[in-house]
Design a binder for this molecule. Structure first.
Ligand code: SME
Length: 153
């Protein structure tokens, strides 16, 4: 199966499992678990949520992988840059990204996609880290943006 077909399959599984579930935490948990299992290079897949008490800070949410840092200020690292801009980032080599936050030295490339609520306000970011360089492309970005649109009710 090619990448796009795998994403199509995972998107269906996420929708089926989340059907009728109203908890956003549960919906995020389903998505990160199934995405993390879909590709061998993904070793950290999870969400950083906008902290309602500190609106310019992300706090870690459901994830799969090694221990992630708990908080990321807007503007810091890849997740913080995406939270500040509201635009997805594909990073071929994290070692060349200024200010990259290395929670685990195994990360070589990553993709971060914003998640918006029904009012169009930033709610979280999806962060996927890969052990390999240049894992992610526009194919991943398009598929993950589509999945992220289905997560919040
Ligand atoms: N990669 C992120 C930090 C979070 S961890 O990798 C889990 C970043 O630079 O934004």
């Amino acid at each position: 199966m090619d990448k796009a077909a795998i994403y199509e399959q995972v998107a269906k599984e996420i929708s089926a499992v989340n059907d009728g579930e109203t908890s956003h935490i549960a919906r995020y948990a389903t998505a990160c678990c199934l995405l993390n299992q879909a590709f061998v290079q993904f070793y950290w897949t999870g969400f950083y949520l906008v902290d309602p008490l500190k609106p310019n800070e992300l706090v870690v949410g459901p994830y799969q992988g090694t221990l992630g840092c708990l908080r990321i200020p807007f503007g810091k690292g890849v997740c913080g840059a995406v939270a500040a801009s509201g635009k997805a980032a594909v990073v071929d080599n994290v070692h060349e990204f200024p200010g990259h936050i290395a929670c685990d030295s195994k990360t070589n490339s990553e993709i971060v996609v914003p998640v918006f609520d029904a009012q169009g306000k930033l709610a979280s970011v999806l962060d996927i880290d890969s052990t390999e360089i240049s894992t992610f492309s526009a194919v991943d970005q398009i598929a993950l943006e589509a999945i992220c649109k289905t997560l919040l009710l």
